[in-house]
Write a protein that binds this ligand. Structure first.
Ligand code: NDP
Ligand code: 8X3
Length: 257
């Protein structure tokens, strides 16, 4: 297996689901980790686990990616030993609600747009200039099948993930010639806290999303992220779309009763 020994990896949304799985996967390759999210206590617990299991250095960052001045300050005030970020995993994101557009809740829309689009932009804007200056780096965005297909009532979430797809392409064009790589990993259904967040804590409704089929695990997605990150420097994996075998499109899945 490839080693990422000495590489510094920033993962946003590392307190849960795909982000936490990425932290485990990168730690198993000996990377040094910067773990960012709003729930600091979870990050600290994860950092202790990673240190115990892999002996890797971990630094936690209490960060709301929607807060642009805080994002800029957090990145700019990293101590020198942590400032040269080699890999940025733009994973922090969420869906809120599953309503027809004309019945949607404005607060849900704002939260998705602010987190999934503006938050990703703020973190990227703070981190990428250092990569360009060092002529070394890799941005891995977590998009979604919803960035390729719209589904009923998925309107605004899907729009944010289409924006992530556009930003991924735009970054790759703008970074051409800098040696900084840009990838996107776009999953279908992954069982995480995603549906609990979407349904505002309604665990029964959230569980139904994955009922009767085998969804992806966060580790399946982390595996794809690490694949992108461990290719030789001249290889850029542009996009990985990863789905459960039981899912064909955003709206077609096979379930056993
Ligand atoms: P989880 O809800 O399990 O994790 C989401 C993570 O994002 C949490 O760590 C959360 O941390 C963080 N986060 C949310 N808002 C903010 C914020 N404002 N600032 C910083 N961190 C934030 O869901 P997933 O692991 O499933 O989601 C991760 C990514 O994967 C998202 O971008 C999602 O859109 C995408 N995705 C998920 C799929 C799925 O089916 N689960 C499929 C396709 C894509 P905290 O609350 O502590 O801040
Ligand atoms: C999450 C997958 O299909 O619920 O991005 O939009 S989906």
């Amino acid at each position: 297996m490839h080693s990422l020994n000495g590489k510094t990896v920033l993962i946003t949304g590392a307190s849960s689901g795909i982000g936490a799985a990425c932290a485990h996967a990168f730690a198993s390759l000996d990377a040094r980790l910067l773990l960012a999210a709003r729930r600091l206590e979870r990050l600290e617990k994860l950092a202790a686990e990673l240190y115990a299991q892999h002996g890797v250095e971990v630094r936690t960052l209490l960060l709301d990616v929607r807060d642009q001045p805080a994002v800029e300050a957090a990145i700019n005030s990293l101590p020198a030993a942590w400032a040269a970020i080699d890999i940025l995993v733009n994973n922090a994101g969420l869906s809120r609600g599953l309503d027809k557009l004309h019945e949607g809740k404005l607060a849900d829309w704002e939260e998705m747009i602010d987190t999934n689009v503006k938050g990703l932009l703020y973190v990227s804007r703070a981190v990428i200039p250092g990569m360009v200056a060092r002529r070394r780096g890799h941005v891995i965005n977590i998009g979604s099948i919803a960035g390729h297909q719209v589904y009923p009532s998925g309107n605004v979430y899907s729009a944010t993930k289409h924006a992530v797809a556009a930003l991924t392409q735009g970054m790759r064009m703008d970074l051409l010639g800098t040696d900084v790589r840009v990838s996107t990993v776009d999953p279908g259904m992954v069982e995480t806290e995603f549906s609990q967040v979407r349904f505002h804590g309604d665990e029964v409704r959230a569980a139904k999303v994955y009922q009767g089929l085998t969804p992806l695990t966060p580790d399946d997605v982390a595996d794809a992220v690490v694949y992108c990150a461990t290719r030789p420097a001249h290889v850029n994996i542009n996009e990985i779309i990863i789905m459960p075998t039981a899912q064909a499109t955003a709206t077609m899945a096979v379930r056993v009763p």
